[in-house]
Ligand binder design. Structure first.
Ligand code: PLP
Ligand code: ZN
Length: 434
């Protein structure tokens, strides 16, 4: 084992330590290092939750002090595990738009629909929030290489952030990763290994490599700081709603780190006394990758439940053994939310529906939030006075093939025409006067 593996992770000014999500043991801040990222009680499953001194942080986390901060996720720095003096990537991460969609509200039969557009991140997915924090931490630790396993977006985010900070990264993706995501990795200069297997296989390989190399391990869940980066999306939803909380937030769920981050962020705000309640968190899983739905529905123990065989068009939420399953289940249980299961067809149909209703173009895992809300509306789970938020986690440009597949058979195929007057005739024939 390399000496670098004993360097403690950097802490923020108000971090008090961490708590194991399995055994409840408290861990001192200086004890968390690359060689001890999880609690020894459960091997890689002893996922930690970072804790803060909210009393001390409160003066720096008021609506007025936040409003004076940068228009990025770093406005919430007081509640992030990063020293005040640490450099952050120059790429503008976070503070993405929150839109209101009266058309979707009408369609879903609720009072208001808010669309949180995280397609507008530097590398076009929510994963930038976690990877930005990872690269900042790696810099503080003096590490020059970061590694992660990913279905594509976490890797693209890490590669982009690393490039912006002159760091290198090593990436393990399943060979099936969509081309656009691989293109991002190559353009950003990452060392890419395409694993002839599933995301779960890529994850195990990356974990094994990180045990013998002095690399910052950015693997979801195992690295408890990724939850902290992702929780900033909850802060933004609250701040952009003038500190009123939506009744529900729908989000596509694979490993469960984003939904755990949402829970953490909204819980931080109640701990600070800034908001009075938590939104119900609605985890949307693909029918072919529904480990958490099954576990929630049947009250199963997620530490003993065996991995399932995951298969879905929504590659970003394909996870046979969700790595952040403990936090993911708590997020739904402790907020009175639910897990939902949607077929791939519904996910694909939600891409053009979201795009045409709001102008936001999502990849399948992002559109899954809308597919889940439609399912909830169909079974009568939503009430007419509700405000719901759809968290759109990744851009449609990440997976163009799925978008095209979703739009075929709709009589919207491009019409080939010749140039000049014959072409104009065809146009006028095709679109007769209105
Ligand atoms: C990673 C990802 C998700 C799911 O996040 P988990 O933390 O794995 O549950 C959803 N949508 C997109 C676009 C993602 O990249
Ligand atoms: Zn433990």
């Amino acid at each position: 084992m390399h000496d670098a593996q004993h360097i403690p992770f950097p802490q923020g000014p108000y971090v008090t330590g961490a708590v194991c999500q399995v055994c409840g043991r408290s861990i001192a801040p200086g004890e968390i290092s690359l060689s001890s990222l999880t609690c020894p009680c459960s091997g890689d499953n002893g996922i930690l939750d970072i804790r803060y001194d909210y009393e001390a942080a409160r003066p720096l986390f008021t609506p007025a002090s936040l409003a004076a901060g940068p228009r990025t996720m770093w406005r919430y720095r007081a509640l992030l595990p990063l020293p005040d003096a640490a450099d952050v990537p120059p790429l503008a991460t976070g503070f993405t738009p929150l839109y209101e969609s009266p058309r979707l509200a009408k369609l879903l039969g609720v009072a208001r629909v808010l669309v949180k557009d995280d397609t507008r991140q530097p590398t076009a997915s929510l994963k930038d929030r976690a990877s930005a924090l990872a690269t900042s931490q790696a810099k503080v630790m003096g590490l020059t290489t970061l590694a992660c396993a990913s279905t594509g977006n976490a890797a693209a985010a890490l590669a982009g952030m690393a490039a912006s900070m002159e760091l290198t990264c090593v990436i393990f993706v399943p060979a099936s990763a969509p081309q656009a995501k691989v293109a991002q990795l190559l353009a950003f200069g990452a060392r890419v290994f395409t694993v002839d297997g599933s995301y779960d296989d890529a994850f195990e390989l990356c974990m094994a490599a990180c045990r013998v190399r002095p690399w910052y391990n950015r693997n979801t869940a195992t690295n408890p700081f990724m939850t902290e980066g992702k929780k900033t999306v909850a802060f933004e939803i609250a701040e952009q709603s003038e500190w009123s909380i939506p009744d529900r937030v729908f989000v596509g769920v694979g490993d469960g780190c984003i939904i755990g981050g949402l829970h953490k962020g909204f819980a931080d705000l109640t701990s600070l006394g800034m908001t009075a309640r938590l939104p119900r968190l609605m985890g949307v899983q693909a029918a072919g990758s529904d480990f958490l739905y099954q576990a929630w529905r049947n009250n199963e123990n997620v530490l003993t439940k065996p991995a399932i065989q995951a298969r879905t068009v929504a590659d970003s939420i394909s996870a046979g053994l969700p790595r952040d399953r403990i936090k993911a289940l708590r997020a739904v249980r402790e907020t009175g939310g639910a897990y939902l299961r949607v077929e791939d067809d519904s996910i694909l149909q939600a891409i053009p529906l979201l795009a045409r209703s709001t102008g936001v173009f999502a990849e399948p895992a992002g559109a899954a939030a809308l597919a889940g809300a439609l399912t909830a509306a169909q079974v009568g789970a939503l009430s007419p006075d509700e405000t719901i938020c759809l968290l759109i986690t990744g851009s449609g440009l990440k997976d163009v093939a799925s978008a095209i597949q979703a739009c075929t058979g709709e009589n919207l195929a491009p019409v080939p025409i010749p140039p000049g007057s014959r072409g104009l005739e065809r146009v006028l024939d095709t679109l007769p006067s209105e």
